[in-house]
Design a protein around this ligand. Structure first.
Ligand SMILES: CC(C)(COP(=O)(O)OP(=O)(O)OC[C@H]1O[C@@H](n2cnc3c(N)ncnc32)[C@H](O)[C@@H]1OP(=O)(O)O)[C@@H](O)C(=O)NCCC(=O)NCCS
Length: 387
């Protein structure tokens, strides 16, 4: 690396160069003007960072201001997207330099977690990210869905004006199901999807569905249902397309009730994309997460975190009544020892036995492992969206 390389906030004057790096990184595609408009919005809100060599932009990355459900509570999360380094600068630490700045910016923005879909895991693992969950696309028979019934449930067409209602219905369901993983998008983004005539949205009293056409199939982007009757009605609404679409692709969690309602499932066509997580502000991330009700934990924790040193050191991790805290403490000989990767995986519910097996958790005791598993465990973390 040359001394001329430095991290900057991407500004309007960098956008032409950023487009060129993007073309070289992801190939052609996308509307340049649309891309520019969105890039500018990220830049103007301090959520687009770059690396310049002298005056020339050679790398960039964006931060989405999401919240993410963890144990049925909302945790502010930076969704990292469009990480790009110009080909002639790759393999020289530019991506790492950029991502370290991205982690710091996440903390500054009050985003206690950071998540991403990795195109390569090496870069991100070096920086403390670890696999945390999956995004599934299941394949159902449209004819199966059509037969689910729910005819007595009133369902109406929905649009842009229903964005806030959709957020509230989804929130109610994820809080009740104590979900881990699903994203909460900025309201403006939800309005834009609902305003798109290619998306078909329907709402019932305690649920909604958004779906569209995808290569001759129907594809459910999101379906929220607060009751069995509503689930049947909304899935059957999509399945009513069975005369044209034989297959319905659906982004849903692996334990969604639909798996228990349909007769058949084309498991062989299930697609899985894995995503990674990192805690950027460990005390804030622990304080915001929901934990298993009934779990009680009070353990000494030693964290190593060279990239975000505010997380490093000795802590007391406590959980009671479904909430947790991480408070600075004196060093303890029997402390559980974790690095950033181990902490991220534990947070996402990875069993301590797996963490020990991979060398990501040491110290502590068998009794502490059981208590950690009980507190952080629950249903597997999943997302329905990529970003
Ligand atoms: C992926 C990308 C951002 C990495 O940038 P970079 O500047 O080359 O990264 P660094 O030099 O900081 O590399 C950091 C580590 O990741 C490793 N790494 C980088 N790219 C890799 C790849 N494609 N496959 C495997 N390892 C890779 C490096 O070897 C290095 O590990 P090391 O320290 O053990 O040698 C860059 O190659 C790129 O822009 N690719 C095209 C777009 C893309 O895939 N973006 C990622 C979207 S998630």
């Amino acid at each position: 690396m040359t001394d001329a390389l430095r991290v900057v906030d991407v500004a309007e004057e960098h956008l032409d160069a950023a487009w060129q790096v993007r073309l070289r990184s992801f190939g052609p595609g996308g509307d340049r003007d649309e891309w520019r408009k969105t890039a500018l919005e990220f830049a103007q809100d301090g959520r687009c960072l770059g690396v310049v060599d002298g005056d020339e932009l050679v790398a960039a990355a964006r931060l989405w201001p999401f919240e993410q459900w963890w144990g049925g509570r909302r945790v502010p999360m930076a969704g990292i997207a469009s990480v790009i380094v110009s080909p002639e600068y790759r393999g020289r630490g530019v991506g790492s330099l950029l991502m370290r700045a991205v982690l710091e910016r996440s903390v500054e923005k009050g985003l206690a977690l950071s998540a991403l879909y990795p195109a390569t895991t090496v870069l991100y693992r070096h920086l403390g990210y670890e696999f945390a969950g999956e995004r599934y696309q299941f394949t159902f028979s449209a004819a199966d869905l059509r037969m689910l019934g729910g005819k007595g449930v009133p369902v109406r067409k929905a649009g842009k004006a229903d964005a806030q209602l959709f957020l509230e219905l989804a929130s109610k369901m994820h809080a009740t199901q104590r979900s881990s993983g699903p994203l909460i998008w900025p309201l403006k983004q939800i309005e834009s999807w609902l305003g798109d005539e290619d998306n078909f949205a329907y709402v019932a009293e305690d649920g909604f569905v958004v779906y569209n056409w995808s290569d001759g199939n129907l594809c459910v982007d999101e379906l929220v249902a607060g009751s069995e009757a509503t689930a049947r009605a909304l899935w059957a609404t999509v399945g009513s397309g069975a005369s044209i679409a034989k297959t319905v692709l659906a982004y849903v969690g692996p334990t969604d009730p639909i798996h228990l309602l349909t007769e058949h499932e084309a498991e062989a066509q299930t697609q899985v994309q894995r995503w990674m997580l990192r805690l950027t502000d460990a005390p804030a991330a622990i304080a915001a997460r929901g934990f298993a009700t009934g779990a009680v934990l009070d353990v000494a924790l030693h964290l190593d975190d060279a990239d975000l040193p505010a997380n490093a050191g000795d802590w007391r991790l406590s959980v009671a009544d479904g909430t947790g805290s991480l408070v600075a403490a004196e060093p303890a000989d029997d402390a559980v020892r974790l690095g950033a990767r181990g902490l991220a995986a534990l947070y996402a519910g990875t069993p301590t036995a797996a963490l020990r097996g991979a060398g990501l958790l040491t110290g502590g005791s068998a009794a502490v492992d059981s208590a950690l598993d009980a507190a952080f465990g629950g249903s597997a973390a999943y997302m329905i969206d990529s970003f």
